[in-house]
Ligand binder design. Structure first.
Ligand SMILES: Cc1cc2nc3c(=O)[nH]c(=O)nc-3n(C[C@H](O)[C@H](O)[C@H](O)COP(=O)(O)O)c2cc1C
Length: 192
């Protein structure tokens, strides 16, 4: 394994002022030294069409290749109507196909979520975990990063200003790195 753990991050929101994009950007600043993070924007991924599974749009090929090249995934999801947004599910569906060519197979992953309300999109996290069962994505359980009342913790420039939230994201990233090393069975880098 490369010395640095390669993490691919994506958010289930397309809007510029997205709180979930903001917590992903915060992760860029809070990474442990032994990890790097690339953020992939889901903008431009067309609606899934099974007829195109064997001649996928270029952006989907790129997304799948980046998932495959990553050691681990970091997903930030909003909650839409008690579930994950269609944009996120759509991207996941593309990358899971065609049958037998699931790019997510066995990937270590961390989930976080942010919402403007008091529940922090926790139900969306559970729905995402359900999908991950089928895709064999290995999402760990703790710490949980659930950013409630995100408008009070993220400023109008999209920077996470709340120290506790920053600390939680940092803990999540450390746990993701340790989890990834553990799953890869690389004893020389095993987290202490
Ligand atoms: C279609 C739609 C459905 C929503 N449903 C929920 C919901 O079920 N639970 C919740 O906490 N927030 C809900 N919200 C509010 C979003 O969580 C909130 O707008 C959040 O900031 C969106 O994420 P983003 O800032 O990353 O774009 C909904 C918003 C939209 C647009």
């Amino acid at each position: 394994m490369d010395k640095q753990i390669k993490i691919l991050g994506f958010a289930g929101s397309l809007r510029k002022g997205s709180y979930n994009k903001a917590i992903l950007r915060a992760a860029l600043e809070l990474l442990p030294e032994d990890a790097k993070l690339e953020i992939f924007d889901l903008e431009g991924i067309p609606p899934f069409n099974s007829d195109l599974e064997n001649r996928m749009p270029e952006i989907v090929k790129e997304f799948k290749a980046k998932i495959r090249a990553a050691d681990a995934l970091l997903i930030a999801t909003p909650e839409y109507n008690y579930s994950i947004p269609g944009v996120l599910k759509n991207a996941i569906d593309w990358a899971s196909r065609p049958y037998g060519d699931n790019a997510f197979e066995g990937k270590p992953a961390a989930i976080m979520s942010a919402s403007s309300g008091m529940l922090g999109a926790v139900k969306a996290q559970f729905h995402l975990r359900q999908t991950f069962v089928f895709l064999d994505v290995l999402a760990f359980n703790r710490p949980e990063v659930v950013v409630t009342f995100a408008g009070e913790k993220i400023d109008d420039k999209g920077r996470v200003t709340d120290e506790k939230t920053r600390e939680k994201i940092k803990e999540l990233l450390m746990a993701l790195v340790a989890w990834t090393i553990r799953l890869k069975g690389d004893n020389s880098q095993k987290a202490k």
